[in-house]
Design a protein around this ligand. Structure first.
Ligand code: ADP
Ligand code: ASP
Ligand code: MG
Length: 437
């Protein structure tokens, strides 16, 4: 069994939906297909939510009407028969009526989650109906019944495994099983989601739960590139990544993958293949357990970090100082990404700024605190083991002209990270590409 996920661009028009349907049915083999919302839809739903939070009903209703018009036109293009046109129109109308009804209630984060779920509910309904109209044995398995998070808002993997296996078992004999990416229920049964870009996470969670042969992430580019193609020219696809290398790149900003989606696949030992819907025969990138020594694979960047430096002479020769510092972050449920220590100081980065003021207030008890905002982590990934001499020097050499705030090396065998100001991101990524690749 394979689990295939198609992102927003891959199902972004009726034409693309038809192509995806052809792609998943061509070999006649059974598959679980995870779909995102059509591209742009989740952004429109975020816009609607923003209007509703601000009680700007007129603004919300305007965006809803525009979106409805677009979807109703898609119905005409996608189906041949009146039967499927009517069925899909009726479903979509119920979605848009539901959105309009939101304008009449007190809007909270609970309603927002319901609004954000509609994109995936619509795309999966449309593609399932298209497959059925084309004579394919297809069935829609609701993600809201299979995917759940726990009280810590982490995926409840035991539940997902039990439920997805049971639902597949109870619906044997279909060729294509469709489900929604991104959306889930939380521990209390409310509609929730796995954060933006979360369809990749759904695919990896279900692929792991079902012990799939392979998880395929189909998107609009031919695999993981060796640098951010939105910023650097001339990037090329990396053909193979180790699970740890891919996890690091995803977490540190390679947008092609949701930040935490590799973990379940790694845990279950299911390879992940990144493929291009616009060029289905391109080899893409395979992510597996293999480790190719002696290679630097790729560079990624993640914005929105704050650097906190605590300096104190009390740290000198003292034990327990770091524990006290870390406890403050733990109490505020804020995880630390990068860390560097010296005998009289420690610098850390965080990207969850919810409790920043409280954290800084408490840290001041232990020393002088300096806060630098708008920082970017640049992560160089590949074989950075001690015996692979010279790569860390090359990376540092590339940054000769860049003011570097922190360097973290040796935490794992496969990365070296630099903290720089966000304004230097482009120059840093370009310089690294020039020197490393
Ligand atoms: P989807 O909607 O299919 O999930 P995304 O937009 O989330 O697609 O991810 C694909 C995009 O990720 C690419 O179009 C590309 O611009 C961007 N991207 C950023 N970094 C990388 C990288 N290192 N390799 C490939 N794509 C990347
Ligand atoms: N539709 C969601 C988003 O735009 C999830 C996804 O595409 O992965 O973030
Ligand atoms: Mg994505």
């Amino acid at each position: 069994m394979q689990v295939l996920k198609f992102g927003g661009t891959s199902v972004g028009t009726p034409q693309r939906m038809k192509e995806v349907s052809r792609l998943v049915t061509a070999d006649g083999k059974e598959k679980l297909v995870v779909l995102s919302a059509m591209s742009g839809t989740t952004n429109s739903l975020v816009e609607i939510s923003d209007y509703l939070y601000k009680n700007n009903i007129e603004g919300a209703v305007h965006v809803i009407a525009q979106l409805e018009q677009k979807y109703m036109a898609h119905v005409e293009e996608l189906y041949k028969s009146e039967k499927y046109k009517t069925e899909t129109r009726t479903f979509l109308k119920s979605v848009f009526d539901g959105l309009r009804a939101m304008a009449k209630v007190h809007f909270t984060s609970f309603e927002e989650k319901v609004v954000l779920a509609q994109g995936e509910l619509m795309s999966t309904n449309m593609v399932t109906n298209y497959l059925l109209e084309s004579g394919i044995k297809a069935i829609l398995l609701p993600a809201l019944e299979m995917v759940r998070t726990d009280k810590n808002a982490e995926p409840d993997t035991a539940f997902i495994r039990e439920k997805s296996r049971r639902m597949m078992e109870e619906n044997k004999g279909y060729q294509i099983y469709i489900t929604q990416g991104f959306i889930c229920r939380n521990a209390y049964g409310d509609i929730d989601n796995l954060l933006r870009g979360g369809s990749d996470y759904t695919a990896c969670l279900l692929g792991a739960a079902l012990e799939a042969d392979e998880i395929q992430i189909w998107t609009d580019i031919d695999g993981m590139h060796n640098n951010d193609p939105r910023i650097v020219e001339g990037t090329v696809p990396v053909r193979q990544l180790n699970f740890d290398e891919a996890a690091e790149l995803a977490y540190f900003g390679a947008k092609i993958l949701h930040p935490t989606c590799i973990q379940p696949a790694k845990f279950a030992g299911v390879p992940v293949r990144l493929l291009n819907t616009l060029d289905p025969t391109a080899p893409g990138t395979i992510i597996n357990n293999d480790f190719i020594p002696g290679k630097i694979k790729a560079v990624a960047a993640r914005d929105g970090n704050v650097c906190i430096q605590i300096t104190s002479s009390r740290m000198l020769l003292a034990y327990g100082f770091l524990r006290k510092v870390f406890e403050i972050f733990e109490q505020h449920k804020t995880s630390i990404d990068m860390i560097c220590t010296s005998e009289v100081g420690v610098s850390v980065t965080v990207d969850n700024l919810t409790h920043l003021d409280d954290i800084v207030g408490e840290l001041k008890k232990y020393g002088t605190v300096q806060v630098d905002r708008d920082m970017t982590i640049i992560c160089v990934v590949g074989d950075l083991r001690q015996e692979n001499k010279g790569f860390e020097t090359l990376a540092c050499e590339a940054l000769r002209e860049i003011p570097v705030r922190m360097i973290s090396y040796g935490g794992s065998n496969h990365n070296i990270s630099f903290l720089i100001h966000k304004d230097d991101k482009k120059a840093t990524l370009q310089a690294l590409s020039k020197v490393l690749f």
